[in-house]
Design a protein around this ligand. Structure first.
Ligand SMILES: [Cu+2]
Length: 420
């Protein structure tokens, strides 16, 4: 129905335009060509001036109305350490381009009015003017050089890779149609190696090599959870087509290219809760989050940072959104410790496990030393904080006919000691 109405409206508009043109033709014949041209030029000129005023009024209204929704202003100051540099680049670029935008548009409409057709007036023939050439070459060149140099300095600063011995956490984001796979390094803090030939859909989506011990504690998460104040290095990979790892609130944006790993390093400086408290001060975020339900929570309270794909990668592109949570280091450690290793949960002792039926690496045993005391503490019922802690006891096995834990169990338990 809507489409029919739109088609009918377009047809009617075309008919009206044809009729107006016909009327113009007839009046031209009656009043003479020159007189018609003069009066229609004057009408056009005046309406263009009116349009110019309305256009700028709309522009200013938009800027004011959307100010608090835009990144870089009011409540949306950057949530990452480097974000301020990017915001200042955007602001400087906007400053110069808005000046040019306003001046050229005023000139455009004013000239259309001022130099409209008037009988007897002749256009000035000016084939060349050195001074004008100098002005409109030198000024843009100067501004461009300034912007490019500022951009290069910012790029080198933000894209500098982590140096040796620096404290940071690496997370891997693999984009595919249509989701992100977020891989965390687990307890050892290191991501294991991968080989694309090992990829098996549903079993080993990333092609992790289980012979590499660093892979054994890696886990995948549905949300990107990161600790405030910690340097995060995101290793960005695409499995099929181009994607783009985009964290708007952190001013993080980098292409995910099949075959060419990229990265982005940033440090979150505001927890999700701190960001919500900022939003709370603005009326735009004190309205119900669900417009159809006035009793729903206010917008600031339901706010979440998000990870989006910023590359149109196919029909399911929109569904690549993921929630990003910035928490304190303490909360992160708790969360990190309750995550389940992909290897232990999905691969261990299956046909895909190179260690099937065998004990895991020897060095894992060294981690077992503190386990006993950790377990005693965990099971101590006098610990009043037990209520909010989750104790996962998967993959715990004893040696046959004895009370000794086997090496696999020690590995599974090793994460628990950090929880308690
Ligand atoms: Cu995508």
């Amino acid at each position: 129905m809507t489409i029919l109405i739109i088609i009918l409206s377009v047809i009617l508009l075309a008919v009206v335009l044809v009729q107006i043109a016909k009327i113009n033709e007839i009046t031209e014949q009656i009043r003479g060509e020159e007189e018609t041209l003069t009066s229609s030029s004057a009408t056009h000129g005046k309406w263009l001036l009116v349009f110019c005023v309305l256009f700028f009024a709309g522009f200013i209204w938009c800027c004011l109305y959307y100010a608090n929704y835009m990144m870089g202003y009011g409540p949306h100051e950057s949530a990452s350490a480097h974000g301020g540099t990017i915001d200042s680049m955007f602001n400087v670029t906007a400053f110069f381009t808005i000046i040019v935008f306003v001046l050229t548009h005023i000139a455009l409409f004013w000239f259309a009015y001022r130099y409209r057709y008037t009988p007897g007036k002749k256009a000035l023939f000016m084939p060349h003017d050195n001074r004008l050439e100098m002005i409109w070459t030198a000024i843009p060149a100067f501004v461009m050089v300034f912007l490019v140099v500022k951009g290069l300095v910012a790029w080198n600063e933000i894209m500098a890779d982590v140096s040796e011995g620096e404290d940071y956490m690496e997370i891997e984001a693999t984009g595919w149609q249509f989701a992100w796979n977020l891989r965390y390094p687990g307890e050892d803090g290191k991501l294991g190696v991968k080989d694309f030939r090992l990829i098996k859909p549903g079993v080993n989506d990333l092609g992790q090599d289980w012979n590499d011990e660093r892979n054994l504690d890696d886990f995948n998460a549905d949300e990107l959870v990161i600790p405030k104040g910690k340097k995060i290095r995101i290793r960005i990979i695409a499995r099929d087509v181009l994607h783009n790892f985009y964290l708007p609130h952190f001013r993080v944006k980098m292409d995910a290219v099949p075959g060419i790993p990229t990265y982005f390093i940033f440090t979150p400086i505001k927890t999700t809760e701190e960001y919500r408290q900022e939003l709370r001060k603005y009326p735009e975020y004190n309205i119900p989050s669900d417009p159809s339900d006035p009793a729903s929570l206010p917008k600031w309270q339901t706010f979440n940072y998000e990870l989006a794909c910023a590359e149109l990668c196919g029909k399911g592109h929109y569904s690549m959104r993921r929630v990003v949570k910035v928490v304190s280091q303490e909360d992160f450690d708790k969360w990190n410790a309750t995550q389940k290793s992909y290897y232990l949960g999905n691969i261990r002792n299956t046909e895909h496990d190179p260690f099937k039926g065998k004990n895991l690496g020897l060095e894992l045993k060294s981690k077992a030393k503190d386990l006993e005391s950790a377990l005693v503490k965990a099971l101590d019922t006098s610990n009043t904080n037990m209520g909010d802690r989750l104790l996962q006891l998967d993959n715990i096995y004893f040696e046959t006919g004895s009370a000794t834990l086997n090496a696999d169990s020690e590995f599974a338990l090793s994460c628990l000691k950090r929880c308690f």
